[in-house]
Design a protein around this ligand. Structure first.
Ligand SMILES: Nc1ncnc2c1ncn2[C@@H]1O[C@H](COP(=O)(O)OP(=O)(O)OP(=O)(O)O)[C@@H](O)[C@H]1O
Ligand SMILES: [Mg+2]
Length: 255
């Protein structure tokens, strides 16, 4: 690859090897995966390693879970985000109000909230809050978990596309390296690429493969602009230390 950009090591065992060093610095990376595939763990490990190994402060924007629950879940891996928060190194933005459940409640209260404008305002507000928090903490790593929650708000595909494009663009302008998780709509290479995949600078896919009664977890770096990658489908495991990726082993590839 001729073009080469500065990279940020994720600090995740095996992952940096697949990407000749790490994520392109200051860019937006999309992590796609099914339920339970480990998207939240991978994203959190990126934040934690940033704190522990590279002195990089981080921010988690969660549309999925509230702070106390998140902190408790992460302690199971030995990642003390509560302590990091107290030390001014980590920030947690609770954006669960933007989720589908919040939207339904909102909708029951006032019907006009289903208009595009009514839905976009909270997203703009979130970006503003995030910009403020990034400055306050001098954060270099940001995670948004998960875009899927946000998209449930938009049943109309054009509204959904506009929101997705706007959000990825706003995230690209933050100056931090941003990891965004989202749900995989269809497995396999024939799945339709989402607009977000074209817009993002990098795409990582995580999936569970079923074969002969056993399941294997497989990860693939699909693209990483400006970084030379190994795009084989490789196995990964999740245990109480987090995610481990095996870059030298290859799983079958669907063709
Ligand atoms: N301590 C642990 N040891 C082994 N596996 C674990 C441990 N903690 C979590 N897991 C595994 O991690 C997976 C959950 O990961 P995670 O919550 O990151 O998934 P996700 O992709 O974010 O899912 P969702 O779509 O539900 O948000 C589960 O499949 C679980 O088996
Ligand atoms: Mg999750």
């Amino acid at each position: 690859m001729s073009e080469s950009v500065p990279t940020v090591p994720t600090g995740i065992e095996g992952l940096d090897e697949l990407m000749s060093g790490g994520f392109p610095k200051g860019r937006v990376i999309l992590v796609l995966g099914g339920p339970g595939s480990g998207k939240t763990v991978l994203a959190s490990q990126f934040l934690y390693k940033g704190l522990a190994n590279y002195g990089e402060n981080g921010i988690m924007v969660s549309l999925d879970e509230a702070k106390d629950h998140y902190f408790a879940e992460m302690m199971k891996f030995g990642w003390d985000f509560r302590k990091a928060e107290a030390e001014g190194k980590f920030g947690f933005l609770d954006a669960t109000r933007l989720s589908r459940v919040a939207m339904l409640k909102e909708k029951m209260l006032k019907e006009e909230s289903s208009s595009l404008r009514g839905k976009q305002l909270p997203i703009d507000k979130l970006i503003e809050e995030l910009q403020t928090k990034i400055k306050e903490l001098n954060a270099h790593r940001v995670v948004l978990d998960t875009l899927a929650q946000l998209f449930y708000r938009f049943l109309d595909p054009i509204e959904r596309r506009t929101a997705g494009v706007d959000l990825i663009e706003a995230l690209s302008d933050l100056g931090a390296t941003v990891l965004v998780t989202t749900e995989l709509s269809q497995l396999g290479l024939e799945r339709k690429l989402m607009d977000e995949e074209f817009l993002a600078h990098g795409v990582i896919m995580m999936q569970t493969l079923y074969s002969g009664g056993t399941t294997t977890r497989g990860l693939q770096v699909e693209k990483m602009r400006g970084v030379s990658i190994n795009n084989n489908l490789v196995p990964y495991t999740i245990d109480r230390t987090g995610i481990e990726i095996y870059p030298n082993m290859t799983l079958f590839r669907e063709r």
